[in-house]
Design a protein around this ligand. Structure first.
Ligand SMILES: *Cc1c(COP(=O)(O)O)cnc(C)c1O
Length: 456
């Protein structure tokens, strides 16, 4: 059988609003043309993020009831710790309420002025936490990784020559850790090969620099390795994930992704001294070491989520649903980042709206129009999120201008995907009507969350 099916049936439904174009125009205006300000009750299909938007299973809901809300030594923590250690093999498993809390703890200790943290591509909050500590965040994707129009396997890989050059230039003493993000979220949800992870580790070893994985989508990355990398066809997802983590000295995770839950995260590492420091910061700012800012029932849901996410029927559906979405758009000529990655499709705004220069935010204009057309919420990942200004106030654009439609896990059916594709295609067919935008107000850090936009 070739037909893509959801490997679950629906026990409980949640109503979604159906609104009109003129209502949506008003809602978007009230939201300063920023999809982050929209009220979810005005959103028909919400593809803003796949973070914490997962539909939990009946087993996870049952596990919530079984949560042990003890402040210290909760049995729910030990289940969580077992589940994470089973996959990662790390000695210290430190829970946090989400991924950026893990990042903040790591970089409040390892960051600081003069330090440099390389990554294949930093996620926005990772970059934010590094820069907040006054360290420098450096992205080192391969050259093909920033070419949205070129299809290739493992476009999430780290550029090893660039990493070596950076270490030689910066000096190993100023690089406390190197990170690899699997899959590479800001680089299009593209996977990183096992070969690239092991070669990165080998290079770092020669300088004595530890490797940390930003492992939010470890299961999706493992599935791609199984599908595309020679020698992994017959290995289980767990075996592949374990090998991936065996090259790392530590990891940070937003478990709102491949933890299949609505909140949670962790830091995992082997270094005893560093773990003690991190636990101290955790207790001061997040909570005791056996809950880290989470309700203990969340740890129960996560322990079950880590089991379910490695189910190959689930992963096949997950990756193929995103591919199905991308194929509908490609068939209509819509320019996408190819191949489709693990958790989202990314429109290539430079080719979609070539009449809007990056400094006038083509991706933002597309995101606004798709919302008005179908009530679909997406997010710009381009000059709004990563754009900078030089000394003269001139716009410095990032390498890609993308609009991300993230697919929440186990939430939407095939007809929801069909509806979304139809709206995007309609906007594409009228693309010459898209208008330039400018920022009316912005915050000094992570401006995309709260910026206010106007049409030029
Ligand atoms: C979501 C995400 C984070 C941050 O996690 P939060 O749970 O949103 O704080 C960090 N890195 C990557 C790659 C992510 O996708």
């Amino acid at each position: 059988m070739k037909t893509l099916i959801e490997p679950f049936k629906i026990k409980s439904i949640e109503h979604i609003p159906i609104t009109s174009y003129s209502q949506r125009e008003k809602f978007l205006e009230n939201a300063f043309n920023n999809t982050f300000y929209l009220h979810s009750e005005h959103v028909t299909i919400d593809m803003l993020t796949d973070s914490g938007t997962t539909a939990m299973s009946s087993r996870q809901w049952a596990a919530l009831m079984d949560g042990d809300e003890s402040y210290a030594g909760s049995k729910s923590y030990f289940k969580f710790e077992d589940a994470v250690r089973n996959i990662t093999g790390f000695k210290h498993i430190i829970p946090t309420h989400q991924g950026r809390a893990a990042e903040r703890i790591v970089f409040s200790i390892l960051g600081g002025k003069g330090r440099v943290i390389p990554n294949n591509t930093h996620f926005d909050t990772t970059r934010g936490n590094i820069e907040f500590s006054q360290a420098e965040a450096v992205d080192l994707p391969t050259s093909i990784g920033t070419r949205p129009d070129v299809a290739a396997d493992f476009k999430g890989n780290m550029d090893l020559d660039a990493l070596k050059a950076l270490i030689e230039k910066t000096g190993k003493a100023n690089i406390p850790i190197c990170m690899i993000t699997v899959t590479n979220n800001s680089g299009g949800g593209q996977p990183v090969s096992m070969e690239n992870i092991s070669q990165t580790k080998e290079l770092l070893n020669s300088y004595g620099i530890p490797l940390y994985l930003d492992c939010c989508r470890f299961a999706e990355n493992s599935y791609f390795i199984k599908q595309k990398e020679k020698g992994y066809e017959n290995k289980s997802i767990l075996e592949i994930a374990r090998e991936m983590f065996s090259y790392a000295d530590g990891a940070t995770m937003s478990a709102k992704k491949d933890g299949l839950s609505n909140t949670g995260g962790f830091i995992a590492l082997n270094d005893d001294k560093l773990a003690e420091k991190m636990k101290t910061v955790l207790i001061v700012t997040e909570g005791f070491v056996t809950y880290g800012g989470l309700a203990r029932r969340d740890l129960e849901a996560l322990a079950e989520g880590f089991r379910e996410v490695m189910d190959e029927n689930y992963l096949k559906y997950r990756i193929e649903q995103v591919k199905y979405f991308g194929d509908l758009l490609l068939a209509a000529g819509v320019p996408l980042l190819v191949p489709t990655g693990g958790h989202a499709i990314y429109l290539d705004a430079k080719r979609f709206a070539p009449h809007i220069e990056p400094e006038f935010f083509p991706g933002q204009a597309i995101a606004c129009e798709v919302y008005k057309t179908g009530g679909i919420r997406s997010v710009e990942i381009g000059s709004v999120m990563f754009g900078k200004k030089d000394e003269n106030g001139k716009h410095i654009a990032p390498p890609m201008e993308l609009v991300r439609f993230a697919v929440p896990r186990r939430v939407y059916t095939k007809s929801h995907i069909d509806y979304t594709a139809e709206a995007i295609i309609e906007v594409f067919n009228n693309r010459t009507q898209l208008r330039k935008m400018k920022i009316a107000w912005e915050a000094p850090l992570l401006r995309h969350f709260t910026a206010k936009f106007e049409y030029v």
